[in-house]
Design a protein around this ligand. Sequence first.
Ligand code: G4P
Length: 547
Amino acid sequence: QDMPDARDDSTTTTTNSAAQAGVIAREVGRRRTFGIISHPDAGKTTLTEKLLLFSGAIQLAGTVKGRKSGRHATSDWMDIEKQRGISVASSVMQFDFRDHVINLLDTPGHQDFSEDTYRVLTAVDSALMVIDAAKGVEAQTIKLLEVCRMRATPIVTFMNKMDRETRDPLELLDEVESVLKIECAPVTWPIGMGKNFRGVYHLLKDEIMLFKAGEEKADGAFEIVKGIDNPRLAEMFPLEIEQLKMEVELVHGASHVFDLERFLSGVQTPVFFGSAINNFGVREILSALVDWAPAPRERDATVRSVLPSEVPFSGFVFKIQANMDPAHRDRIAFLRVCSGRFEKGMKVKHLRLGRDVKLSSVVTFMASSREQVEEAFAGDIIGLPNHGNMQIGDSFTEGEMLSFTGIPYFAPELFRSVRIRNPLKMKQLHKGLQQLGEEGAVQVFKPVLGSELILGAVGVLQFEVVASRLLNEYGVDAVFESASISSARWVSSDDKKALADFENSLGHNVAYDAAGNMAYLATSGVNLRLTQERWPKLTFHATREHA
Ligand code: G4P
């Protein structure tokens, strides 16, 4: 008979798994997953659109969602939206560039700014910092960079809007270094600005890329002139080129030389100058992300760290997006793949619940094609439809009991107290807030004394979302009122008695969150400082890990 013996079988299996490991390693190596950190109006939307244009993922400018017109980048996203009845558009954009797979995770800004914005940054491997060169470092950029610093995320910097009157470039670098505490290594240097913006000088390649306004084509190549001493340049713009030579000398003397290791460890950022709206300098950023930014790296979990090239699948949920349509209660959990190969229909273990789940109707994100992707690798994001049983920070594996760490909750900065019009709905209110809290839509605190609940958020829209979801999903008509709280800190200590004393003496301002962690609700910055001084045995944390 033709029955293969056991040994043959095991050889085939070994070969298969070796082949699979090879495929996985190759796929991981060509992935780049990043997010954009910027202050509103610095040019994130414009730049996103240009990145998609360069990759060929979209053909027309002016189509990325987030514009005032509210159009979407491609019809595929709208299809997914329709199909799922959920607004997943532009949450994740996947596209190809130079044989690499790029995942661009949206970091909601403007009125959509929320804790999600912070948490998205725990799911990326690098970040692109966009700064309006006329304004310099702004408030939201500072906050987002702090989040990146928690995991030493490598950062590429883009100084945007050089076609306008901007601040002095050296001064900009100075500000980034002193305010954001990160070394700047200029890679390109601007020649003039505003009406006299001539282009950029590439310090590493010794070539000049000439600026031309209004390049809207995907392949809009700009003319390159080799060598800073090229006589053509002196003919074209003698004044600016003299200025450039002086500045370059200064830059060489005063700033850092690009160092890949320092970039990868998050202590140095390569800086590029350009103009997103003119497509100028955008290709250089994409190349920097492909050439320098890291492929998915190992991630810490409770029992060990997990390598992206490991064959068994694993991942964690970093964001839950609810459907705003009251007819559907669906939510989508965004899962970052950390290892192995995700295949549609595969069975995985939901570790917190100890339950097996079949991942069949999974949403994937491709900007360029209509097809639903059937597989995903480390660095990719998949969307799991769920009915409220997933929480931020939940881990999924093929069975191994491990839980990914480093997906924190952030101390809220805005507070509201909740009141309900109909006291009989108290139970629904608590249930609704408990679930919304677990989902990460808002943070819920119950002060030790008093009966009111306090909600905390980092973006004001979060309260509106919660109010409308309480009404639509739980039938609770809640009224939010301003609360005289300015910040919250989670409190921990090895000294149980100190904790109990703290709770007993400050019961109105000591509260428990939805996961049962103790927090202090400070009435002002001074109040927080004094409290910290008075209770030296307690530690006050601005973030807390998923339970
Ligand atoms: P955001 O997502 O970071 O909030 O910024 P967005 O891209 O929406 O850009 C904010 C404004 O800055 C937009 O103008 C945009 O056109 C402009 N902008 C972006 N990049 C550049 C650039 O390189 N040069 C110049 N001069 N402007 C730039 P807006 O008038 O607010 O909106 P729109 O009506 O043009 O869409």
